[in-house]
Design a protein around this ligand. Structure first.
Ligand SMILES: NC(=O)c1ccc[n+]([C@@H]2O[C@H](COP(=O)([O-])OP(=O)(O)OC[C@H]3O[C@@H](n4cnc5c(N)ncnc54)[C@H](O)[C@@H]3O)[C@@H](O)[C@H]2O)c1
Length: 354
């Protein structure tokens, strides 16, 4: 069976970055539906007509539209990718659900508004639509293995975690928060409080976003530190997990996971220290997260998988991001998730379970 897919929002991640020679392919929503054996890219839609010239180069067989509803009624797609900006994700997704699609691949963050995001999750579930949010690392088999390794004690009890990101809490920090939840929540519970401070040394982020440093606290008592760097200097995405018997690091750009173990100290008797070099490494710099996403969504449609990066997870990540923004506005005051905005941890957790 071939599923018909369309892309709404044919900008950088929707279409144009497919032309970046250095990115593993597919590198965009359009690219993944063009190249997956079980899908075809039927059409693209954008409000800016200039996208058609780009589409002619990258996706010459796809039809181009300037109006979402016109495209949805003419194309009757099974799959809709949403690669507009976050303020329109929910409204666009609702139109796709009304048009009877089977699956939505929505860019992160799910929305800029927690309560409408939560409502969308309920509506998609009610309509039987698979809603997948592109927190892309959720689809990477190596990171899924890392999550189960941590849960199974590969470095013993996890004691400290630090993550680094660039270019805005909402824009990129959402990937970090989501990955922390993916890897830590199975044994540390969910995030129950946060504290954050604006990074006064860094001002490079999209309009309306902010770079913050902070701490997120899990129900078990485990804390994760989050620190922002300046993308004008270099891009960076990193996680470091320290356990009682070792260290695991994830380099998000090289897509490399290194496992260090505790060994006898080289320069002192009776002490243990972390190995100077990793004792085990996995690196897959050429893997395409979009290829993983396409495989996963097709598996969901075939009944062979349940959604790995769900709307519920994304609502949860958004609640944490908003709590961190609130804390930063209040100069680092601790914000519990029950205090956060208009949705509390318990209602989000209930939503995630049910
Ligand atoms: N998952 C990732 O790694 C990743 C990477 C980059 C961007 N993103 C996310 O993807 C989204 C888009 O980012 P981008 O960098 O591609 O932005 P972009 O500005 O290049 O593209 C967005 C496109 O959406 C179009 N658009 C806006 N409203 C529309 C509407 N109603 N109908 C049709 N088209 C509409 C715009 O004209 C624009 O071409 C954002 O949510 C961003 O956070 C995710």
């Amino acid at each position: 069976m071939t599923y018909r897919a369309v892309v709404i929002g044919a900008g950088r991640i929707g279409l144009a970055l497919e032309a970046d020679d250095r990115r593993p392919k597919p590198a965009t929503h359009a690219g993944m539906w063009m190249h997956h054996p079980a899908t075809e890219l039927a059409a693209l839609c954008d409000v800016v007509p200039e996208f058609e010239a780009v589409a002619r180069e990258i996706a010459p067989e796809a039809r181009c539209y300037g109006d979402i509803d016109e495209m949805l009624s003419a194309e009757r797609p099974d799959i809709v990718s949403i690669a507009t900006h976050q303020d329109s994700h929910v409204a666009v997704a609702r139109r796709a659900i009304d048009a009877g699609v089977k699956a939505i691949a929505c860019e992160k963050p799910i929305s800029d508004d927690l309560s409408t995001a939560q409502a969308l999750v309920t509506e998609a579930a009610g309509a039987g639509v698979h809603l997948i949010v592109n927190h892309a690392r959720r689809f990477d088999p190596a990171l899924r293995t890392l999550a189960s390794n941590l849960q199974n004690g590969v470095i013993g009890e996890v004691l400290q975690v630090t993550g680094y990101y660039v270019y805005g809490l909402i824009s990129t920090g959402t990937h970090l928060i989501d990955l922390l939840r993916m890897t830590l929540t199975p044994f540390a519970g969910d995030v129950s409080w946060v504290a954050a401070w604006p990074n006064r040394m860094i001002h490079h982020h999209p309009d309306g976003d902010i770079c913050v440093d902070g701490v997120i606290g899990f129900e078990s008592g485990l804390k994760a530190n989050i620190q922002s760097l300046d993308m004008r200097s270099y891009d960076h995405f990193e996680l470091r997990y320290y356990g009682r018997s070792g260290l695991v690091t994830f380099d998000g750009l090289q897509r490399r996971i290194d496992y260090y173990e505790d060994v006898d100290a080289g320069t002192r008797s009776g002490f243990r220290e972390l190995s100077a070099t990793p004792l085990r490494s996995e690196a897959n710099p050429d893997n395409s997260y979009f290829a993983f996403l396409a495989d996963h969504l097709v598996d969901c449609l075939g009944g062979n998988a349940t959604v790995a990066s769900s709307g519920e997870d994304s609502v949860h990540a958004l609640a944490i991001l908003q709590a961190m923004s609130q804390s930063a506005e209040r100069g680092g005051e601790v914000v519990t998730l029950t205090e956060c905005a208009d949705v509390g941890l318990h209602s989000v957790a209930a939503l995630a379970k049910g």
